[in-house]
Design a protein around this ligand. Structure first.
Ligand SMILES: [Zn+2]
Length: 347
């Protein structure tokens, strides 16, 4: 017996993404990317380039917009790197270039005394985090009714590592007295930052916590140093009805159940992850991924991108997206192929 469906509802991209992440009925795959979206071809098309595009609200918004206007993504997402938060805490940053994101090279919190000096969390000034918040206002004003406005930030674990430096991993394993207070503080920071982004118009929050990887930490340490902190961010965002997507690098296949236990709505997985196993172990979250950003999305052909997307889709990924940040040299033609794949896939 065929089920009669009244005239099929078509959702806006904003509604569509919300509904997929909230596991409500939806029409087709959202064409979105939760990791960084900028490429040199997009920069050339809108005449806004890194590294300046990491700094000023209008430029951040202008280049974020290119993912939509040039590549066809049905969302806009800021920023393009994960160092603004460490910069907020005074860490020394190696500036980025036209093709490379900035990176953290100096660290500011080695012990409890240092932490005490960095206790105050305040937005509304002129830090780069404040300017990213401003860029969200610009994008929300222009696209807020139609497109998802995705605010991305580094996760509390990787931020603590940026602040603490090379000692971080040893510190958590050896019960360094600064470890727990520091990650508690980076979590407080992440919650306040995410709340400011939401106030500015973000409707989806992405936590990029690259080094909080099950592959590096194992179950016990992941459970102790990642889950409770991610959970606090999710709970804060649930109060605003804002879905949260978690991206962690590496082979997190065996850790998906734990990642999922934080209550996140989406888990964005690396190309190393076995999608079938990930889907089987995620009770709450939809699995997002995992087209190889280097070998396939950058160096491959549109045909190879279609094949890799189909494979992830057949294995159960709900949203087909890059397994990590898009490489800045990626051709627009290739991004259009992954976007088209999403647009062609109904459920
Ligand atoms: Zn990654």
């Amino acid at each position: 017996m065929t089920k009669y469906t009244p005239k099929e509802r078509v959702y806006t991209p904003k509604e569509r993404l919300y509904r997929v992440l909230k596991k409500q009925e939806f029409d087709r795959m959202p064409a979105v990317c939760f990791t960084q979206t900028a490429t040199v071809e997009q920069m050339e098309a809108v005449d806004i380039f890194w590294p300046e595009a990491n700094e000023e609200p209008e430029l951040i918004a202008g280049l974020a917009e290119a993912a939509h206007t040039v590549a066809g993504y049905e969302a806009v997402r800021v920023p393009f790197d994960i160092t603004a938060e460490a910069e907020y805490f005074g860490c020394e940053i190696k500036p980025g270039t036209k093709v490379q994101q900035p990176s953290v090279i100096g660290h500011t919190i080695a012990n409890l005394d240092d932490l005490e000096k960095h206790k105050e969390i305040k937005f509304g000034g002129d830090t780069r985090c404040d300017r990213i918040i401003e860029s969200i206002k610009i994008l929300a004003e222009k696209y807020g009714d139609e497109l998802p406005i995705i605010g991305s930030m580094i996760g509390p674990f990787s931020l603590a590592q940026h602040l603490n430096g090379d000692n971080w991993f040893m510190g958590i394993m050896m019960d360094d007295p600064v470890a727990e207070p520091l990650i508690n503080h980076t979590t407080d920071f992440c919650i306040k930052y995410a709340e400011e982004m939401v106030k500015a118009g973000a409707d989806t929050i992405v936590i990029i916590d690259p080094t909080a990887s099950y592959e590096l930490l194992g179950a016990d340490f992941y459970n102790k140093f990642a889950v409770p902190y991610h959970k606090r961010i999710v709970e804060a965002m649930n109060k605003h009805d804002v879905p949260v997507v978690l991206h962690i690098c590496g082979d997190t296949t065996k850790g998906i159940g734990l990642m999922d236990s934080a209550g996140v709505h989406g888990i964005s997985v690396d190309q190393k992850v076995n999608i079938k196993e990930a889907v089987a172990n995620a009770e709450n979250a939809v699995i997002i991924g995992n087209v190889d950003p280097v070998q396939v999305l950058w160096k491959g052909t549109p045909e190879q991108i279609k094949e890799a997307s189909q494979k992830a889709f057949d294995e159960g990924a709900k949203i087909i997206a890059p397994g990590c940040g898009i490489v800045s040299a990626t051709p627009t033609e290739n991004l259009k192929a992954i976007v088209q794949f999403a647009k062609d896939h109904k459920y």
